[in-house]
Ligand binder design. Structure first.
Ligand code: NI
Length: 167
C-alpha cells in the first residue's frame, strides 16, 4: 500500500474545508487504510484526510503506546465539550514545531465507522486533544493558528526555508 504524501504548512490546500463522506465505498476504505499506514510510518498519533490532499471528512487516530488501537472516524462531529486543558501539540503538517494549545478537557464526538454505523466516543486527555486537532484540520485549520501571529510568522518562514533547502 502506498504511503501518502503529507501537505506541509503553510500549503494553502490545508485551508480547504472538507466535504462530508456520502458513501462509504471501497475508495473510502482504501483511503482509511493508506492514511493509517502513513500515520504509523510517520510516526504520528492522528492524520486528517485534508493533510493528504483529500478533502473528505475522514480522520485516523491512534494514541495508544502499543500502536494497535486504530480509530477511523468518518464525518466526525464535536457533540459536547467541557473544561480546559493545555497540552503541547505537534502536527505531521508542521514538522519539528511543538507548542502549547488550550483545548477542551473532555469531548464527546459522533461519527460513522467504516461499516457506516453511527458511533459516539467520549474522551479526555490526549485523545480529546487529538480529536479536536484532527476535526479542526477538516475545517481547514492547523494548530499553529492558536499561537500568536508573531509565532505563526516565524513558523511559516522556518518551514518555507526548509522546503527550499530540501526541494
Ligand atoms: Ni495535525
Amino acid at each position: 500500500m502506498p504511503l501518502l504524501p503529507i501537505l506541509r504548512f503553510p500549503d494553502p490546500r490545508l485551508k480547504i474545508v472538507a466535504a462530508a463522506v456520502e458513501n462509504i465505498d471501497h475508495t473510502i476504505r482504501r483511503l482509511a487504510r493508506d492514511m493509517a499506514e502513513t500515520m504509523y510510518e510517520a510516526p504520528g498519533i492522528g492524520l486528517a484526510a485534508t493533510q493528504v490532499d483529500v478533502h473528505k471528512r475522514l480522520v485516523v487516530i491512534d494514541v495508544s503506546e502499543t500502536r494497535d488501537q486504530l480509530l477511523v472516524l468518518i464525518n466526525p462531529k464535536l457533540l459536547e465539550s467541557q473544561g480546559v486543558q493545555v497540552c503541547e501539540e505537534g502536527c505531521l503538517s508542521v514538522p519539528g514545531i511543538y507548542d502549547k494549545v488550550e483545548r477542551a478537557e473532555s469531548v464527546v464526538v459522533g461519527y460513522l465507522d467504516l461499516d457506516g454505523k453511527a458511533q459516539t466516543i467520549a474522551a479526555d486527555g490526549m485523545l480529546a486533544v487529538c480529536l479536536q486537532h484532527e476535526i479542526e484540520h477538516l475545517d481547514g485549520h492547523v494548530f499553529v493558528e492558536h499561537l500568536s501571529l508573531l509565532k505563526q510568522t516565524r513558523i511559516k518562514s522556518k518551514l518555507l526555508k526548509q522546503s527550499r533547502i530540501t526541494a
